[in-house]
Structures are given as C-alpha cells and as structure tokens.
Design a protein around this ligand. Structure first.
Ligand code: PSU
Ligand code: MN
Length: 306
C-alpha cells in the first residue's frame, strides 16, 4: 500500500527519528487563494511550522503518488497550475490511478496524513454543512472523514459561509470532539466569535496531546477538531462579514454554482467584495493554526518520550 507514498527527505528523516511533523493541505493553495498570495502563504506557513519546532509536510497528488512534503519548486508549480483536481475521499484513488494532479482537501489530507503516520494537521477552516443544505444536501465530506480518520485537525472553525450550527450537529453525530482552544464560542473563520458554545475547551497544547493519548488508550478512532480563533488584530467582525457572505451566497445561487465549486467560488468572491481584506485574515488564521499545530506535535513527541 505504502508505495503510493513519496516522502521528501526532511519529512522522511523526521518521521524515522520520531521528530514532530505537521501535515498541511494543498486545496487552500490551488482553490482557496489567488496567485501569488497562495504561494507566499504556503511558504510562510511552512516557515511558521519550522519556527515552532516541527517539520512541515504539505501534501498533494501528482505522477500517481501521494507526495508528503513538497519542495519550493513543487509548491510553486502547484500554486500556478490551473487544472488541478480538488480531491476528497471520493476521488482520491481516481487521481492516483489516472495520474492526475490533485490538491488535497481536509478530508483527503487527513487520509494521507494517517497513511504517512502524521498525527497533526493544520488548515484554515474545515468544510461543513452549507446554508440551505436541507434543500441542496451539500454537506462536506470533511465531516464524515473527521468521524473516521485518526488526525488532530487544527482550524479556525467552520468557514462562516456555512451553517455553523448544523455543522456542529453533524460533528456531534460523527463522534468528533470539537475543542475550543482558549475560547468558549466556536470561532467563525474570519471572526473570533459566533453565537454557538464550543462543546469542549482546552487551553494548552499539552492538554490536547493528553486527550489524544486518552483516545488511543481506549482504542478510539476518528479525528479531533481543534478550533483556534483568528488573532484579534486580524479578525473581521461576524456582523460585518455577515453582509458580504449573504451577498456572495445570493450571487452564487444566481450564477448556478454547485457541488465542489461552491466553496472556492464563495471564498474568491468574498475576497473581491472585501477588496482583499478577507484574504489577509485568511492568511493570518492559517499561520496561527500552523503555530498551534506545531506546538501540539511537539507536545505529542514529549508525551511519548516520558
Ligand atoms: N480552508 C481555507 N481555504 C480553503 C479550504 C480550507 O482557508 O480553500 C478548503 C479545504 O481544503 C476544505 C475545503 O477541505 O475547502 C472544503 O471544500 P468543500 O466545502 O467542497 O467540502
Ligand atoms: Mn460540498
């Protein structure tokens, strides 16, 4: 099975010697941000992981392999590519078998991280239940993946384009612990706050490592979702974001945007509506998540040595 994995040298040696490694997704690069901010952010996020004591492993599919750890050239190529599949569980093996280039969403990155033996993964915001899902049935495969695959996912909450309340309900059904990191309300991606209580709260990276160990002790499978509020200086208030999101969703409906295209379309339109401000916030929150993910992966290796 593992010959479909191709490790970069630094990720391979970090894993072999039990050093902390943080997985990073690539859909945010290909479908989540425009060039050149996508490339700059990918490099910057890797640097944040290194500064905090872990080795970054950005994950993508090309040449029929799952690449765990990309070099600068590979990241740049991916960031400039236009015909990249946005991979989730449903199409992961298709891209491998047909040797199509693909970027990994939260769901696919969790699958790859588990195969590679990486416990911690940082993203921006997970996919979830879309507003109006009672009509469209648009519920991200990220949620079911969180229910089954063994990865700690650090995010800034569900993207506020979603129905956060329904997203929390599905996560509960899937048995996913949703942890507020130092917060009592579920963060809403661009905003620190939402009207929804976070089901569980932890304040230290070492507490998250302890929770992970306790799950292993009881043989529990599935993901743990850490929701980490965007730094105060970078947030856009929920009140302000609400009107932009409303406008973008109405326009998407009028334009007939459906399926996999919905999330990238809305994110792109919101960058335009806010004249780039939402992108600055998106970059800040993913860097903030990368830092926490590195701290958790360091805490996990410390816990294992005791
Ligand atoms: N976080 C971001 N930007 C993104 C995403 C997350 O800041 O583009 C991506 C993730 O890869 C996530 C995907 O898995 O959006 C969700 O897509 P969908 O709603 O189609 O499941
Ligand atoms: Mn969807």
């Amino acid at each position: 099975m593992k010959n479909c994995l191709s490790f970069s040298d630094d990720v391979a040696s970090a894993l072999a010697s039990g050093k902390p490694v943080v997985a990073l997704e690539s859909t945010i690069i290909t479908h989540g941000m425009p060039w050149p901010q996508n490339f700059e952010t990918a490099l910057g996020v890797e640097e944040v992981v290194r500064e905090n004591g872990a080795v970054p492993a950005t994950i993508a599919v090309f040449d029929g392999k799952i690449h765990i750890g990309l070099d600068r050239e590979q990241l740049e190529k991916l960031a400039k590519m236009s015909d990249v599949m946005k991979l989730s569980r449903a199409d992961f093996a298709f891209a491998l078998a047909m040797k199509k280039p693909g970027s990994t969403t939260v769901a696919a990155t969790m699958m790859a991280a588990e195969l590679a033996g990486i416990d911690v993964f940082a993203t921006g915001g997970i996919g979830g239940v879309h507003k109006g899902a009672e009509k469209t049935f648009d519920i991200s495969a990220d949620l079911t993946e969180l229910g089954r695959t063994n990865t700690i996912v650090v995010c800034a909450g569900a993207k506020a384009i979603l129905d956060v309340e329904k997203t929390l309900e599905v996560l509960e059904t899937q048995g996913v612990p949703v942890i507020g990191f130092g917060c009592d309300n579920v963060p809403a991606f661009w905003s620190r706050d939402s009207p929804y209580d976070v089901p569980l709260r932890l304040d230290q990276a070492s507490d998250i490592a302890d929770l992970w160990q306790a799950r292993k002790d009881i043989g529990q499978n599935g993901g743990v979702l850490i929701t980490n509020p965007v730094p105060l200086a970078d947030e856009i208030s929920a009140l302000e974001m609400g009107q932009y999101i409303h406008q973008a969703i109405n326009e998407a409906e009028a334009a007939g945007v459906k399926g996999k295209a919905v999330t990238p379309w809305l994110l792109g339109r919101i960058v335009e509506i806010t004249d780039g401000r939402s992108l600055k916030t998106n970059i800040a929150l993913i860097r903030n998540n990368a830092k926490l993910a590195a701290q958790i992966s360091v805490a996990l290796t410390v816990a294992l040595k005791v």
